[in-house]
Design a protein around this ligand. Structure first.
Ligand SMILES: Cc1ncc(COP(=O)(O)O)c(C=O)c1O
Length: 489
């Protein structure tokens, strides 16, 4: 299996992308921003190109291409369900617009109507805003469950606290909605234990699988104890090696069947009269109004086919080793603080590591990693403000003792964020080594680098002499102009 894994690992679009750096060197980009969006798998790219020969609208009926498109788009739904081990009798899969965010908003609206008498949505303190704000908007009340505390470092969702809240509020809870994996620390939550607790207390479980699906095996149904099955699962194709693909929702049909779909329009009705319309009973038809992102869904399914062939257990094992080794090496670097429990045996994590370098702003470190090391990372709060703020509280308290009130706000802004290095299956030990080397270099040369940068009026770090010229590095207009010129020759 290692052989196939390595071949697939080397077959992603963008692994050889080169940029010119602040010191004039032109080097290969090391992409460590997969938690935001992954690179595209070669197999999916190629499958989509092939499919375009047959592309047609799935709402057309009788011509060859319409039939092929419809058949392949249906296959994409089935592939998602089988990849996630969701029984097709019980569950449906439908695709949504803007990634997981669209899917979670949709489910929050579904549950607002499904059990209107229940007021409470339970989530955790480590949620991405997309698995927090929709529940605040559509449930009357949201309870944030705190996290385990390992000597000041946060871990998984605190199950005792959750159980207590479930017990105290029994009969009033719409659902528990939790992330499978944190997009900040990569910490993995025990979702099947949480499912069992939720079901034991007469409510549902929704899992935000945005950071889980590409890294861990998922089993939605078929657990020996059926209380460990999940009721709904959401994920994003652009975080699953298929940029340009839609988000996906997997949900129990009986929940959806009970209420009118939130979105209406073409393709999801059996008949329309001037005074009424009859919604299709079919899944996923009734949940997908309008022309879907057909090619995107097919590309996503192609990725899942490849991942399944390699095996998610295998992928998880390889990635766990990479993360664990990287964690160990980063822990040795002076002046670096890693967020979240770092002992893998206490708190397993997947795919990402967030950190700060002492006395350096996260924006400055991310800029140096890019400008001098060609390492692409994300910084700031990663759309998880409550979680990030909770973790940097100690830094803030320290800041308040040193600063007067006027300077506090500035210091707060300066410190309210982290740097996140995140991994996909294309990342190797070499990439991790590059990161560790760069972090050591920055940590040892903090003053040198700090003197080279200043903050612009928008709060971004700008180099004193090096300006990245995006148009020089790449421009679609130039590409298209060149393409058209060639046609004219
Ligand atoms: C855990 C988690 N949930 C939800 C989202 C939102 O996903 P999308 O941007 O695809 O809507 C993200 C995005 O980073 C995430 O990491």
């Amino acid at each position: 299996m290692m052989d196939l894994f390595q071949k697939i690992q080397g077959d992603f679009i963008g692994l050889d992308t080169m940029y010119t750096l602040a010191d004039g060197r032109k080097t290969r980009r090391v992409y460590l921003d997969s938690t935001a969006s992954t690179l595209m798998m070669g197999a999916a790219h190629s499958a989509i190109q092939e499919f375009y020969n047959h592309y047609a609208n799935t709402h057309s009926l009788l011509h060859f291409s319409a039939k092929i498109s419809t058949q392949e788009y249906q296959w994409a739904h089935d592939r998602v369900l089988s990849f996630l081990q969701a029984d097709q009798e019980t569950y449906t899969c439908f695709f949504t617009g803007s990634g997981s965010t669209a899917g979670i908003n949709r489910l929050a609206r579904v549950f607002r109507k499904y059990q209107p008498e229940r007021e409470i949505a339970i989530i955790s303190l480590m949620e991405h805003h997309s698995n927090d704000l929709p529940h605040r908007k559509y449930a009357q009340k949201v309870i944030h469950i705190p996290l385990d505390n390992h000597d000041g470092q946060p871990g998984c969702i605190n199950l005792d606290y959750l159980e207590n809240v479930l017990k105290t509020n029994r009969g009033k809870i719409k659902y528990v909605a939790v992330t499978g994996v944190s997009n900040v620390t990569g910490i993995i939550n025990p979702i099947y234990d949480i499912a069992e607790l939720a079901h034991d207390h007469d409510t549902f479980i929704i899992v935000d699988g945005a950071q889980m699906i590409a890294h861990l095996p998922v089993k939605i149904s078929g657990h020996k104890n059926s209380n460990r099955n999940l009721d709904a699962f959401i994920f994003s194709g652009h975080k699953t090696y298929a940029p340009g693909s839609p988000g996906a929702v997997i949900c129990r049909k009986d929940i959806l069947r009970d209420i009118e779909p939130e979105e209406v329009g073409g393709g999801m009705v059996d008949n329309v009269f001037l005074d009424r319309y009859i919604i299709s009973e079919e899944f996923p038809t009734r949940e997908e109004a309008g022309t879907p992102n057909i090619a995107g869904a097919i590309g996503l399914a192609a990725v899942l086919e490849v991942l399944d062939t390699i095996g998610m257990d295998f992928i998880n094992k390889v990635e766990s080793q990479l993360i664990n080794n990287t964690l160990k090496q980063i822990k040795q670097i002076p002046n670096v603080h890693i967020y979240g429990e770092t002992d893998y045996s206490i708190c397993p994590r997947s795919a990402c590591i967030s950190f700060n370098i002492k006395d350096m702003d996260h924006g400055l470190v991310a800029a140096i990693l890019n400008d001098y090391h060609n390492i692409a990372v994300r910084n700031e709060c990663f759309c998880a403000h409550p979680y990030v703020k909770e973790m940097i509280l100690d830094d803030l308290l320290e800041a308040t003792t040193k600063l007067n009130e006027e300077d506090f706000e500035d210091a707060f802004k300066l410190k309210s964020g982290m740097v996140r290095a995140s991994f996909g299956i294309y990342n190797t030990d070499d990439d991790a080594e590059e990161l560790v080397k760069a972090m050591k270099n920055i940590s040892e040369n903090r003053d040198y680098y700090s003197d080279l940068y200043s903050l612009d009026e928008r709060g971004n770090y700008v180099h004193s002499s090096f300006k990245m010229n995006g148009l020089e590095q790449f421009s679609i207009k130039s590409y298209v102009d060149h393409y058209v010129n060639q046609k004219q020759v």
